[in-house]
Design a binder for this molecule. Structure first.
Ligand SMILES: Nc1ncnc2c1ncn2[C@@H]1O[C@H](COP(=O)(O)OP(=O)(O)OP(=O)(O)O)[C@@H](O)[C@H]1O
Ligand SMILES: [Mg+2]
Length: 225
């Protein structure tokens, strides 16, 4: 079942009246449970593709379908729901809130959505990332790898269909990065989400089911395992 489909997608940015093409006529299909690595040199369009997949931005031409629905067709309420419930984001810099505990960071998206049983859900997600005992700590009391695990727990709190990761191991040493990658791969399978990860890391790409090589906003090649 296709959870994400980019169909002849182009994306231009406008900067000082200049048109900057970031993606051009790109098509890509991703199924649930697939772990996809986006690779290619700086500026090739990896982050742009992730932003379009998460409906944080929209294509200039073509369509981005999330679970069969074109992101360009949604009104504000539908977009908020899609971003909140279908998509989870993980960043290089973790982006935890430093005045909140681990539990509170993980619960926050549920609380904002007015959902019940947030603590219970947070406990479960923290068990998935093997941080059962650290719920009461603050981010500054964690290692980088632990912070990224908290961020993963938070991204999974709504049980999203798509997990988008922009350089998730970029701030971690190789060993810690590999732990995070193994965890992402395991959770992708267990939760049957689709994970799409932008990365410069060869190790990261080696773990993926599909490696999408971008160059100048186009797909240069796809390797499947
Ligand atoms: N908001 C923006 N306004 C104008 N141009 C942009 C904007 N965001 C990205 N670009 C341009 O679009 C192209 C693709 O950028 P993108 O950030 O997607 O690359 P990337 O592959 O993620 O690079 P990196 O590996 O450095 O993170 C680049 O030429 C970039 O300069
Ligand atoms: Mg980027």
């Amino acid at each position: 079942m296709l959870i994400l489909s980019l169909q002849n997608v182009s994306k231009d940015y406008l900067s000082d009246g200049q048109r900057i093409p970031a993606l051009s006529n790109l098509s890509l299909d991703v199924k649930r449970g697939e772990f996809v690595a986006l690779v290619g040199r700086s500026g090739c369009g990896k982050s742009t593709l992730l932003n379009l997949a998460g409906a944080m931005d929209f294509p200039t031409a073509g369509q981005v379908l999330v679970d069969g629905v074109s992101t360009s067709s949604l009104e504000d309420a539908g977009l908020t729901r899609l971003r909140r419930e279908k998509v989870g984001f993980i960043f290089q810099s973790f982006q935890l809130l430093h005045t909140l505990t681990v539990f509170e960071n993980v619960e926050l998206p549920l609380l904002l959505a007015g959902k019940p049983n947030a603590r219970e859900a947070a406990r479960e997600r923290l068990a998935w990332v093997e941080l059962d005992d650290l719920g009461h700590r603050y981010p500054h009391q964690l290692s980088g790898g632990q912070m990224q695990r908290v961020a993963i727990a938070r991204a999974l709190i709504h049980s999203p269909s798509i997990l988008l990761a922009d350089e998730p191991t970029g701030n971690l040493d190789t060993t810690t990065g590999n732990v995070i990658l193994e965890l992402l791969r395991r959770l992708t399978r267990q939760q049957n989400t689709a994970t799409i990860m932008a990365t410069h890391s060869v190790e990261a790409a080696a773990l993926a089911d599909m490696v999408v090589q971008l160059r100048d906003g186009k797909i240069e090649g796809i390797t499947r395992r």
